[in-house]
Design a protein around this ligand. Structure first.
Ligand SMILES: *Cc1c(COP(=O)(O)O)cnc(C)c1O
Length: 414
């Protein structure tokens, strides 16, 4: 295990505000105990770290995830960071939520642990055979201090679908949402002030049990960490430049493109890195059979606008069913657009009025240009189309609690 010193060093600015159970105050006596053998002191260190870094979340915790008063007060102040310059990078926070499955495949005894490195058996299914899934959602702080989650049950269901595909055990929808609530409330001081960004929530599911021959792991770990992120586009919407990839494919029929499994992402790094080196923002993938129908970008879905019609590739197993995608379709329909989910060809892309991508991180990201076989097509209004702008504003206002949530998509945490 990584030394607690290193772990908490990363949290230096915060630990001044942190509770007495902060292990930094516990470590020095053990480190200076010269009478112990190094083996013994290591063991003690580990036990102390374990004991001091876990906050039990027992079954008495109600579904609305109210934590004890002392606990809430520890986390009520805002973290001491530069909220005006939040980017999209990793920032350690205070706690992570961890829950393991038992033999029968049921998850139980979820608990908060101090954010830090985790221990894994080198033979863990996730490390050897890629049995891993991730999710991503955001929490926004409203002006009245309450915190809003956006459609967390959709992420829970998608993780279950992914788990089914990858032969993994998954938490129930209730367990998933409870874990998310607990992780967010425990790290409340990391939820950016209204208008400065959001708390990105990253649930992971991994085969943590040991396997040697290829087989599903016997045990799974569900872990949630959170990280404050800025609004993706600080100065309003900034258009991105995509290149259509004609050689590499992100997904194939019958494969795993439709689930958020970790291996799908390492597999696109090469094409993405090459595209970035040539000045493009990201890669647009085509279907692997005909090599002419649009699929999606490395981590977001694609939409094209033509007149009053909005087209997006239908979800048929090779495209990730984005929750932003689904929400944008509903918002666009409610605003009178005709939305079609079907095969969309490269020709239609090159002939579009507007193109945009959707995903939790960006919400809506307008596409300024697309390059296909060396030919660059740009889109009007400097790449920030009116429809993209309008849909971005509608959805983000709803997510931030600035407009009435008629869809019943947001979930409020107190
Ligand atoms: C996560 C993801 C998306 C977007 O999904 P959201 O639920 O909208 O965040 C789109 N494509 C891929 C490949 C993804 O991994």
């Amino acid at each position: 295990m990584e030394s607690g010193g290193a772990l908490f060093a990363g949290l230096q600015p915060n630990h001044l505000l942190a509770p007495s159970r902060n292990a930094t105050s516990v470590f020095p006596p053990f480190f200076s105990d010269k009478r112990s053998s190094s083996f013994h002191s290591l063991r003690v260190q580990r036990q102390v770290n374990f004991a001091s870094s876990i906050v039990k979340v027992g079954s008495h915790v109600r579904r609305d995830a109210t934590l004890s008063d002392t606990y809430i007060s520890e986390t009520s102040e805002l973290a001491d960071i530069d909220w005006d310059n939040l980017g999209f990078g990793f920032q350690p926070t205070d706690y992570m939520y961890v829950m393991k499955s038992t033999k029968g495949g049921f998850f139980s005894k979820g608990e908060l642990q101090r954010f830090g490195n985790i221990e894994l058996n080198p033979s863990a299914g996730v490390l050897n055979y890629g049995q891993g899934l991730f999710e991503g959602l955001k929490a926004y702080r409203k002006q009245d201090g309450s915190i809003l989650l956006f459609r967390p049950e959709e992420n829970a269901l998608r993780m279950q679908m992914g788990a089914e595909r990858m032969c993994m055990h998954a938490p129930t929808v209730e367990q998933f949402i409870e874990g998310v609530k607990i992780a967010v409330l425990a790290n409340k001081r990391w939820v950016p002030p209204t208008g400065k960004g959001s708390l990105y929530i990253r649930p992971l599911l991994m085969g943590s049990g040991a396997v040697l021959g290829l087989a599903p792991a016997p045990e799974y770990t569900f872990l949630i960490y959170v990280c404050p992120v800025g609004n993706y586009f600080k100065e309003g919407l900034a258009p991105i430049n995509l290149v259509v990839e004609t050689e590499v494919h992100r997904a194939t029929p019958g494969g795993t493109g439709g689930v958020k499994t970790i291996g799908n992402y390492a597999a696109v790094l090469k094409a993405q890195t090459a595209a970035k080196a040539k000045g493009y923002t990201d890669v647009l993938y085509l279907d692997s059979i005909h090599k002419k129908y649009l699929e999606e970008v490395s981590s977001c879905n694609l939409f094209i606008v033509k007149g009053n019609t909005i087209l997006t590739p239908a979800v048929k197993g090779t495209i990730l069913p984005g929750i932003t995608r689904k929400s944008i379709i509903d918002v666009a329909c409610s605003q009178g657009f005709q939305v079609e989910e079907r095969l969309v060809s490269v020709e239609e892309l090159l002939d579009a009025d507007e193109v945009f991508c959707t995903g939790t991180a960006v919400v809506v990201s307008p596409v300024g240009s697309v390059t296909y076989h060396g030919e660059r097509v740009t889109y009007g209004n400097n790449g920030v189309g009116i429809v993209s702008q309008q849909l971005y504003t509608s959805l983000t206002r709803l997510q931030m609690g600035l407009t009435e949530d008629k869809m019943n998509w947001t979930m409020e945490l107190k």
